[in-house]
Design a protein around this ligand. Structure first.
Ligand SMILES: Nc1nc2c(ncn2[C@@H]2O[C@H](COP(=O)(O)OP(=O)(O)OP(=O)(O)O)[C@@H](O)[C@H]2O)c(=O)[nH]1
Ligand SMILES: [Mg+2]
Length: 359
């Protein structure tokens, strides 16, 4: 899973990124600190995976990861070439979701590119730039598709008509997500990868010790099918440098219940409606994976290895808690909680899966 971080210069993107990695992405008090795309790969801790690994005697635990892409700040007018941000948007076209960092804290020492702190104005600025970036891309694509549509091929004709609709929507300020692709060209959206069709998680960068998302931002997120969490990016970046026990003590002092980062990771996952499944064997790694809800064990096999999908025969499936309860695969087989499933079985959250395949 890949996530792109967007926001105005100095909104706190690199601080959040630093917090996420515990590493030191450059975070400094002047706009455009980030001029190279930065990618942080964050493991998604899962206690269920740890329990499965212990039960079957796995050699090691390999949690699934989220890759966060930190890019330069966008400014109003980025689509006309203002600032540096626009050129970096293409680095996040291939991500699955967007984290939008909004400055809420009022620290006078941190320069604001617009001269004042106004979260909802800033949200609109960024969303407008995302719309323009999509519009530019859709127009470029339409030029090519219109030429190709002369052949009369139904798929291309349908895509051209869809692009007309999409362009009109973007011009009217509506996100690409509101224009579903046509039946004759179902992959048109996936090919274009518009930013405004991606699930969005707002991160309100609040003052230290607060964990409240401003009501207007909550309402905005809700009306756009997005989610919102609050944290102090600077505080989280500082806490990431401490020992976990020290960080927990400091969090308790500040009255913060949960790590802001746990909220970001959970928020990102809930946006995408994913289910976790596990693979594990004795003296083999125990691994977690994430798959869109509703997909089958055949899709799951393809995530683990293309050979497994190609040569798929059947899968042995057991819910993680049943496996732990039965003390291992043999016990689960005896109890009948380990089942044999065909390729159309829809994966459930927490399934432990062993694929049988012919290489
Ligand atoms: N008081 C306070 N300052 C913060 C917070 N988050 C970030 N800052 C400060 O704001 C400044 C800019 O933060 P960055 O994380 O570098 O901002 P950015 O969004 O990556 O900025 P660009 O890369 O220039 O687009 C730094 O001096 C941070 O220490 C916060 O939660 N509270
Ligand atoms: Mg930065």
């Amino acid at each position: 899973m890949r996530v792109g971080i967007v926001g105005l210069p100095n909104a706190g993107k690199s601080s959040l990124f630093t917090a996420l990695t515990g590493a030191a992405a450059e975070a400094a008090n002047y706009p455009f600190t980030t001029i190279e795309p930065n990618v942080a790969v964050v493991p998604v801790a899962d206690e269920r995976l740890d329990a499965v690994a212990r039960t079957v005697g796995s050699s090691k635990v390999v949690p699934d990861t989220i890759a966060f892409h930190d890019i330069a700040g966008l400014v109003a007018g980025a689509h006309r070439g203002e600032g540096l941000g626009n050129q970096f948007l293409r680095n996040i076209r291939e991500t699955d979701a967007i984290v939008h960092v909004v400055r809420v804290h009022d620290e006078p020492n941190v320069v604001h590119p617009e001269g004042s702190v106004d979260p909802m104005r800033d949200v609109e600025t960024i969303e407008t730039e995302l719309l323009y970036a999509d519009l530019e891309q859709a127009e470029r694509r339409r030029e090519r598709v219109v030429r190709a549509a002369k052949t009369g091929e139904p798929r291309i004709v349908a895509e051209a008509a869809w692009l007309d609709q999409l362009i009109a929507a973007l011009q009217a300020g509506r996100p690409a997500a509101t224009v579903p692709p046509p039946r004759d060209a179902p992959d048109a959206m996936a090919q274009l990868q518009p930013l405004t069709a991606k699930p969005m998680l707002f991160v309100a960068n609040v003052e230290e010790g607060s964990d409240e998302v401003p009501a207007a931002l909550v309402a905005h997120a809700r009306s756009h099918g997005a989610a919102a969490v609050a944290l102090s990016a600077r505080l989280e970046a500082e806490l990431a440098e401490l020992e976990p026990s020290e960080a927990a003590a400091m969090r308790a002092d500040l009255g913060l219940s949960e790590s802001g980062l746990a909220r970001v990771v959970r928020g990102a996952f809930s946006l995408l409606d994913l289910v976790a499944f596990f693979t594990a064997g004795e003296d083999k790694p125990a691994q977690s994976w994430h798959l869109c809800r509703g997909l089958t064990v055949w899709h799951a096999a393809g995530m683990v290895h293309t050979d497994m999908q190609r040569g798929f025969v059947r899968a042995e499936v057991v819910p993680w808690s049943e496996l732990v309860d039965a003390g291992g695969y043999a016990g689960a087989r005896d109890r009948g909680t380990l089942r044999v499933e065909g390729r159309d079985y829809v994966v459930a959250d927490g399934d432990v899966i062993n694929v049988r395949f012919t290489p």
